[in-house]
Write a protein that binds this ligand. Structure first.
Ligand SMILES: [Zn+2]
Ligand SMILES: [Zn+2]
Length: 403
């Protein structure tokens, strides 16, 4: 049998495995969705996903990279080594408004579907459980600790309101700020007080003023998490969390300095004392590998209308992901699969419903199949991997300025 026919047979087999496990995968996905766990608390989800892989013949290492809810589940040995990335954290209060129940379960489905191809073609597949994507960036320490050092490519799918195989994401960091003032009776002795809330509000206004003079692709936004205790007490403490995002690392550095200047100005003007700390890992910009994205597009086109799959030349960054950090060390893709109508945004209560709807499950199945089929392309065709690698090296050498 020719190599091509062999790959076709293995692809058909992998898709059949995913369909055959549809109900099991739905159960896992809905269980995670029904028990939302935020950053580093994803014990139930990690146990479900790693346990399913272990029960299906994967070797599981739990708590990798000093994170109790991270794991690596491997099948086969040697190269090519395919990484499939699972996320499973929820958003505080909102629940699975980013549909990470679908990401985690699709990764597991793809992993199990690949066993036959790994047996036939050699190489290996590892499903990486990556915690805390939303508010901290669990993949960042995984990258730093070399979790992907022996990996040839990394695949992940993300639910969305559109189908797009090439996506951009902004470099990003979270900044926690606190102002310390002095309490006083707000009517009897306002002159005795130092108003920490006023310091934060002035800083907020400075940031609003700054925003009209930054590049249109950059973002600075935040919330106030403490604005005082009672209206008749001058607030002695105020706090907020802000996100600073930019297309590249250099501009992110610049914007962090300019944002900090806004907070320092608020402190100077009011006499309140400023304390700040970075409260997330530093997310890197996403560098989608177009070679792998094209293979994924063709495979996804077997299950979704090819006309409805975008592969934009210059994708607009829609947010940030710690998959960006992975894409800086290994050829990686992070395609989006539609589970909701185009006017429904991620991170909303509406999206929580779609992540548990039949459309969400269909995206899980399609995503699992398209990742498995793309992995089979990589295992069966070393030229594809060489092309993906060459593109990656070109991007790295250019400082990711091209493409
Ligand atoms: Zn997400
Ligand atoms: Zn999200």
């Amino acid at each position: 049998m020719s190599a091509h026919k062999d790959a076709e047979r293995l692809k058909a087999q992998a898709a059949t495995v995913v369909d055959g496990r549809s109900e099991e995968l739905r159960r896992i996905s809905l269980d995670i969705h029904g028990h939302p766990e935020v950053a580093f608390q994803e014990h139930r989800a990690a146990k479900l996903l790693a346990g399913y892989l272990e029960a299906n013949g994967f070797r599981v290492e739990r708590g990798i990279c000093d994170m109790p809810t991270a794991f690596k589940a491997s099948y086969g040995s040697g190269r090519p080594a395919i990484a499939i990335l699972a996320e499973y954290d929820a958003l505080p209060k909102l629940g699975h408004a980013c549909g990470h129940n679908i990401i985690g379960t699709a990764a597991v489905g793809a992993g199990v579907a690949l066993k036959g191809a790994v047996d036939a073609l050699g190489g290996s597949v590892a499903v990486f459980g990556t915690p805390a994507e939303e508010v901290w960036g669990g993949k960042v320490p995984m990258v730093e600790k070399g979790a992907f050092a022996e990996v040839d490519c990394a695949l992940e799918v993300h639910p969305s309101s559109r189908n797009s195989v090439v996506n951009a994401a902004l470099a990003c960091v979270a900044l926690d700020v606190e102002f310390f003032g002095k309490a006083a009776h707000a009517a009897a002795h306002p002159d005795w007080g130092i108003n920490a809330l006023e310091a934060l509000l002035q800083s907020y206004s400075h940031i609003n003023a700054l925003r009209q003079h930054i590049r249109p692709t950059a973002r600075i936004h935040g919330i106030i998490t403490d604005g005082g205790e009672a209206a008749n007490i001058v607030p002695a403490h105020a706090a907020g969390t802000f996100l600073v995002r930019a297309v590249d690392d250099d501009y992110l550095d610049e914007l962090i300095e300019r944002t900090l200047a806004c907070f320092k100005a608020g402190a100077l003007a009011t006499g309140a004392r400023l304390e700040y700390r970075f409260s997330s890992a530093r997310y890197g910009a996403m560098h989608a590998n177009r070679t792998l994205a094209e293979a994924f597009r063709q495979n996804l086109g077997r299950f979704r209308d090819p006309q409805g799959i975008e592969a934009p030349e210059k994708p607009q960054a829609m947010g940030s992901t710690d998959m960006g950090n992975v894409s800086a060390v290994v050829p990686a893709i992070h395609p989006m699969l539609a589970v909701a109508p185009p006017d429904v945004s991620l991170h909303t209560p509406e999206f929580v419903q779609w992540a548990a709807a039949p459309e969400g499950h269909q995206a899980l199945l399609d995503g699992a199949k398209a990742m498995a089929l793309t992995a089979i392309d990589v295992l069966a065709d070393l030229q594809l991997l060489a092309a993906a690698r060459a593109e990656f090296e070109r991007g790295k050498a250019s400082g990711w300025k091209e493409g």
